[in-house]
Ligand binder design. Structure first.
Ligand SMILES: [Zn+2]
Length: 403
């Protein structure tokens, strides 16, 4: 399957794609780019349009400056954990009414902790608030807290008998790790909502200890596309069911692209690529129709001394070690040249040197690039991985310029 919708199901929505194409044709920087493209009346015609990248969308938004039909126009930070800040737009409500039509993880009697960071133009806190609003539940808008505040807040949440919490998996791990460390349990917690990063399997361990009845409910989306799909505890964590107002396409190169079929959409999302690779297949949960399996970012390759280091493969190897909760690759550069590669490890690792030797011999890029100075490849157990303070996310790799 290459599209999430059938020709018939997408037919009406393609009017939105045709309108978006007209808007993009008017962007001066795209001169000629869409000249030979007919307005799409079929999925094949849509697939023939050139895809949009993140920079393209920001170029278009700078020209179009869209405004919401009703209510305020909100500006949010768009851009990955490793990119420069850019801007995406959304109307009040954040398109969550259409999500709620098909997905109701929260119910009226839930006590929901919104732990996505608020402020700094982050969108997730507000779209989760929009979903909670539609469900009519009780909301505790917590946002982000500092390390020393966790025990006190966890005690408060236990007293309030919270039933649901939502955040990025990195933030959720902090919450549950602090709860474990403080011996605090949340026996009433049933639902863990997440968005913004891939699910972290280690969360299952934390949940088993802190909130054994809690199950995960995921959303997939970005500040450009907004929420594209969701899943249930019965779906694999990397598989999402796209909503009918979101058209997902898998290109010949395996990259996913997204087209909004929502007439209220402010961002001109027409074959927009998040950089994620994926496939469309039936979901093991048994729900009919194609589900989107997200295979991770194709851009998770970092150049080290002219060779591509596949970060995800390296991290997957390290995270198979017993005791390792999570790992991160830190590349230190000076004048654009890699000086060293540190594999930062969260958790316990009895013999970092043994793992280092194995990584060096098994990773072609590391053994080749550091053949003369293998001592500059290190494995270090750390107290905390490096997070992007702007986005609140913890990326698989970080590149730092050495002064
Ligand atoms: Zn499913």
């Amino acid at each position: 399957m290459t599209f999430s919708l059938t020709e018939a199901a997408a037919a009406d929505g393609l009017a939105v794609a045709r309108r978006t194409l007209e808007l993009l044709r008017g962007v001066p920087e795209f001169e000629g780019r869409y000249a030979s493209c007919p307005a799409p009346y079929t999925l094949a015609e849509l697939a023939a349009l050139p895809p949009l990248a993140k920079d393209d969308l920001n170029t278009a938004l700078a020209h179009l400056e869209p405004a919401a039909e009703h209510g305020a126009t909100w500006l949010f930070q768009s851009g990955g954990s490793t990119g420069a800040p850019k801007v995406g737009y959304a109307p009040t409500g954040f398109y969550m009414a259409k999500v709620f039509e098909h997905w109701q993880p929260l119910e009226r009697d839930d006590v929901f902790v919104n732990a996505w960071g608020a402020g700094r133009m982050w969108g997730a806190h507000f779209l989760a608030a929009g979903l909670a609003d539609l469900s009519g539940c009780r909301v505790i808008a917590l946002g982000s807290v500092t390390a020393e505040e966790y025990p006190q807040w966890l005690g408060f949440l236990a007293d309030r008998k919270v039933t649901a919490i939502g955040g990025t998996p990195s933030v959720l791990r902090l919450w549950f790790a602090h709860a474990r460390a403080a011996g605090i349990e949340l026996p009433s917690l049933r639902k863990v909502l997440w968005l913004g990063e891939a699910w972290q399997p280690q969360l299952e361990d934390d949940l088993a200890a802190v909130a054994p009845k809690a199950r995960r409910h995921g959303m997939f989306g970005s500040t450009e596309t907004w929420v594209v799909g969701s899943n249930s505890p019965d779906c694999p964590a990397d598989t999402f069911h796209p909503f009918p107002h979101q058209l997902v396409h898998v290109g010949d190169d395996g990259l996913l692209d997204f087209t909004s079929l929502d007439p209220a959409m402010l961002n001109p999302v027409l074959r927009y690529r998040t950089g994620d690779a994926g496939e469309l297949d039936p979901c093991p949960c048994g729900r009919p129709g194609p589900a989107m399996r997200v295979l991770g970012r194709r851009d998770n390759v970092v150049q080290v001394r002219g060779l591509g280091l596949h970060v995800d493969e390296l991290l997957a190897r390290v995270e198979r070690e017993p005791g390792v909760a999570r790992a991160q690759v830190l590349v230190t550069e000076r004048g654009g040249r890699a000086q060293g590669v540190d594999v930062l490890v969260l958790g316990s690792l009895p013999d970092p040197q043994a793992l280092r030797r194995e990584l060096l011999s098994a990773t072609f890029t590391l053994s080749t690039a550091f053949v003369h100075d293998p001592e500059n490849v290190r494995v270090r157990v750390v107290d905390a991985l490096i997070s992007n303070e702007r986005t609140g996310k913890t990326a698989g790799f970080v590149v730092r310029e050495e002064s």
